[in-house]
Write a protein that binds this ligand. Structure first.
Ligand SMILES: Cc1cc2nc3c(=O)[nH]c(=O)nc-3n(C[C@H](O)[C@H](O)[C@H](O)COP(=O)(O)OP(=O)(O)OC[C@H]3O[C@@H](n4cnc5c(N)ncnc54)[C@H](O)[C@@H]3O)c2cc1C
Length: 535
């Protein structure tokens, strides 16, 4: 039986909310998680949205943080069903003419990456491989940055550190002031490699033409490149394992229940109202919902200072991190013409199709960010059933992919319906140009899931999976805004634990983990965290 009073209440059972709840309960606080959907996980989700038996990860697909995510070891998620595969060929791009594909491999197979890039340029191959090797060696630093409260490091100091690690590879301290695109262009001469890196950079969170994010390409994007794992059974197995961990710790979970308001008394958060019932929280309330919903809708401007209300009003969502997910039920996996040059392209974990080259990718991204539908029908695609037979019926394959699309509010409902009715057909034409077996006959059924639908389903405002634009004034110690950068709010006992807070979107559970650290400090909890790994 659900109680009405807990020490802690977490709003939302996204993976960050689940992470925070598990640590809170383990630290001795009775904890309730309230989730509006019928299942836990939020963006950590797998469905059969097109045909029964064909699984698609409609949101998160690439699991790049599993090696550093503390919750996996701390709560034994592998014993609770979490299993992964790490394909050898990780990221590739194919072109509609006879140009060779580029295939980037796992960090332990960099000689194959070298051979692939060297078909275009030996100096690019040398530089990419050495950059990747050094970025991989920064893993402990990346993990410590992710799983700690954000710290302000002046750009000049970041530049000096960057040059000290990568200086002999052409990286200078001034890169920190540049855009990721300028950095990619300075480092690599091959337009085909640039095309793949542009696409990957935007997908993995760094807006390509935002000044001041140049270091993010060299460290973070290069660290994540080719580090991707597949959750066997679908990404949802992570949410399932985290949910089981919560149950095992003693957390209560209440599904199908949207929180309508956060109760504030004398400037302090004391509980939530959901479906007309009050649930009291004696120590704290934490929100996995986005910033504006949390502060403006659930708390309400009456309980906020004018500064905080205006900060929340001004917080921007998209155009970064806005994707459309395209899902395909296939007889055969795509067989690329370019496999005659490099057979690895047919078993590549992430394959970019439909672009002619770097300029085409740039135009496409500018269109999406500018609120226009891209002229080019191109996508980053994957076929998980190549490695995990549970994801499609025997002798069939489930392919999925992402378009960059304008944020949800840029188009009307009718316009989004039109996109759903037409864009997949255009992609199929592009796909067939590079993989001749991608004919209509090879497709049993397909479906496109657009940003307006993501907004409705998970309350991901604008379809922005990071719950807030990545721009210089909304990242690091400025996320979501400087006064709220450490997960605390001006309402005593109210914390943020979703990606509107640092470090933002992605399946790393860092927002939940760091929120726990802030809470543990405030409540003088015996922290089960820091002792073991130092972060
Ligand atoms: C198309 C797409 C592709 C992505 N690909 C990747 C990828 O490959 N790799 C990667 O690492 N990340 C990826 N992401 C990002 C990742 O999925 C998200 O950043 C992450 O899932 C956010 O997790 P969260 O737990 O903070 O929030 P969410 O997953 O958004 O969960 C928030 C939860 O709160 C609930 N909620 C909201 N309001 C209320 C309320 N009032 N009452 C009760 N419950 C409420 C929601 O229903 C939801 O369950 C992708 C996202 C999208 C959309």
């Amino acid at each position: 039986m659900q109680r009405r009073t807990y020490d802690a209440i977490v709003i939302g059972a996204g993976h960050n909310g689940l992470c925070l709840a598990a640590y809170l309960q383990r630290a001795g606080l009775s904890t309730l998680v309230v989730e509006r959907r019928h299942e836990e996980g939020g963006g950590v989700n797998t469905e059969e949205p097109v045909l029964a038996g064909f699984r698609h990860n409609l949101h998160a697909q690439y699991m790049e943080f599993f090696d550093v995510m503390p919750m996996i070891a701390d709560f034994g998620l592998e014993d609770l069903g979490l299993r992964t595969v790490m394909p050898e060929a990780q990221a590739g791009i194919v072109f509609p003419d006879d140009r060779p594909p580029i295939v980037l491999h796992r960090p332990d197979l960099l000689e194959r990456t070298h051979a692939s890039i060297a078909r275009y340029s030996t100096s690019d191959a040398d530089r990419y491989v050495e950059l990747k090797r050094r970025a991989a060696s920064l893993e402990a630093m990346v993990a410590a940055n992710l799983y700690s409260l954000p710290v302000a490091v002046p750009l000049d100091d970041q530049g000096v550190a960057l040059e000290s690690v990568f200086g002999d590879l052409g990286v200078t301290a001034s890169f920190v002031y540049k855009t990721p695109r300028a950095v990619i262009d300075e480092l690599f001469e091959t337009p085909e490699l640039r095309a793949l890196l542009y696409r990957a950079t935007v997908e993995w969170g760094a807006p390509l033409e935002e000044a001041g994010l140049g270091a993010m390409f060299v460290t973070f994007v290069m660290w994540t490149m080719g580090n991707w794992k597949l959750a066997v059974g679908g990404t949802h197995t992570l949410a399932k394992a985290m949910t089981q961990a919560c149950y095992r710790e003693g957390v209560d979970l209440l599904e199908n229940t949207a929180v309508e308001s956060i109760l504030v008394e004398d400037g302090r958060a004391v509980g939530v109202r959901a479906r007309g019932t009050e649930y009291r929280a004696e120590r704290l309330v934490a929100s996995n919902a986005d910033l504006r919903q949390t502060l403006l809708d659930l708390v309400g401007p009456d309980h906020l200072s004018s500064r905080w209300a205006s900060r929340a009003e001004a917080f921007r969502y998209g155009p970064s991190h806005v994707l459309g997910t395209t899902a395909w039920c296939l007889r055969d996996a795509p067989a690329y013409r370019a496999a005659t040059v490099d057979p690895d392209i047919d078993r590549c974990f992430y394959t970019v199709v439909g672009f002619d080259g770097a300029d085409d990718v740039l135009r496409y991204i500018r269109d999406a960010y500018g609120g226009r539908l891209p002229e080019t029908a191109a996508a980053g695609t994957w076929v998980n059933s190549l490695w995990d037979r549970s994801q499609a019926p025997p002798d069939h394959h489930a392919a999925t992919g992402w378009f960059f699309l304008p944020k949800a509010s840029e188009l009307t409902a009718d316009e989004w319906a039109e996109v759903r009715a037409t864009l997949n057909d255009r992609l199929l034409t592009s796909w067939q140009a590079v993989a001749p077996n991608m004919t209509r006959d090879n497709v049993l059924a397909d479906r496109l899931y657009t940003p307006d639908q993501m907004e409705r389903k998970n309350l991901m405002r604008e379809g922005d999976f990071s719950n807030g634009e990545f721009s210089f004034d909304q990242i690091g110690v400025n996320r979501p805004f400087p006064e709220a950068a450490n997960y605390r709010t001006e309402i005593e006992g109210l914390y943020l634990c979703g990606p509107s807070a640092y470090p933002g979107g992605g399946v790393h559970a860092a927002c939940g983990y760091n929120a726990f650290k802030a809470i543990a400090e405030d409540l003088a909890l015996a922290s089960p965290v820091v002792a073991v790994r130092g972060y």
